[in-house]
Design a binder for this molecule. Sequence first.
Ligand code: CA
Length: 429
Amino acid sequence: MVYWNEIARVGLMTVLLILGLPSGGRVSAANDRTAILIKKVEGIPEDFIKGVDISSVIALENSGVVFYNTNGEAQDIFQTLKEHGVNYIRVRVWNDPYDESGNPYGGGNNDVQTAIIIGKRAAEQGMKVCVNFHYSDFWADPSKQMVPKAWAGMDLDEKACALYEFTKDALSAMIAAGVDIGIVQIGNETTTGMCGERAWVNIAKLMSAGSRAVREVGREFGKEIMIAIHFTNPERGLAEYHRFGTLLESYKVDYDIFATSYYPYWHGTLANLTTVLKHIALNFGKKVMVAETAYAYTYEDGDGFGNTISKRSALAFPYPVSVQGQADAVRDCIQAVVDVGEAGIGVFYWEPAWIPVPGNSYNQRFELWQRYGSGWATSYAASYDPEDAGKYYGGSSWDNQALFDFSGNPLPSLGVFKDVDTGTNSDEN
Ligand code: CA
């Protein structure tokens, strides 16, 4: 008995090791798609945008990250995404994410050239691209909207002109390289400003300059490109988003899509999201979409750099933190946008591939983040953003919200993009 118990214990340990530790492409029960259930999204249109933003992917691959398919074979992640029902790729663009000596700021070092590489790989898989201009040299969000270094001394007219030229040049280069651009975002999470401006009269002027560039490029290349403006915090309610809609209308900003971020642990209920987006669609005649969403499947941290969402987060988690909970969060978000009606065109998942870079120690990974920009920020970003990146630079704060495990295997939750069309039923599997 003692002997048998020992064997059983060792056997159990082996199973736990296989399930619980990075498996380097091995297929484990944790990657079995039939392991979770996904309810059909009622009324989902065939052309609904099922997008992901994998802007960090080139820096990750440069750092030695390998992505696998469901058979445990190394495979182009764009192909794997396509096979799982993803039909759109979103990519952020920073003007110049490098310091004076050419050292990268990190976060994927997403300049125009990187966007072209990502966009071409998307096109090879028949996927369209949403180009997300931050109009900054690094992260732009409600906490910061810093002007690019090269535009810092400009007055508003000069800045509008530079923004127009930059947008036109970047989009023309992307299209010429074969990128299939379907949407262009003028600014990222422009809730509090854009490109160093905080007054709406100024923001609107810059947005209009970007918008004009998109329309001209569309005409020149004979492409129908939709223009999106992106806000955050639907949980603040209807009045807040109505205010943004009114501002854009009164300043005559030419756009097609009113986009929002929706993170379930920050941004209120899905019922509220549907209500707010429906209101925008009805009152301003715009299409609506979720430009960013995500959810955690584990509290574990894969790279030694603390995660945005952890057990310590003082947040309400509307779903269990599990692969099933993650899949439900995405599925329900898609349903909430579909429930808006015809105006609800899509959902993008934010950074589902931002997994740990290889390394046996924090220092080994740190070296890769610094060299390839595969962490959220390098120490070099301090010269541009001393208060945030300059203090907290490091790795991925998002690895527990990826749709791939820490070793690059697709999680069953990645199947949500395909499975929402029909639903899965464990009895039939
Ligand atoms: Ca991490």
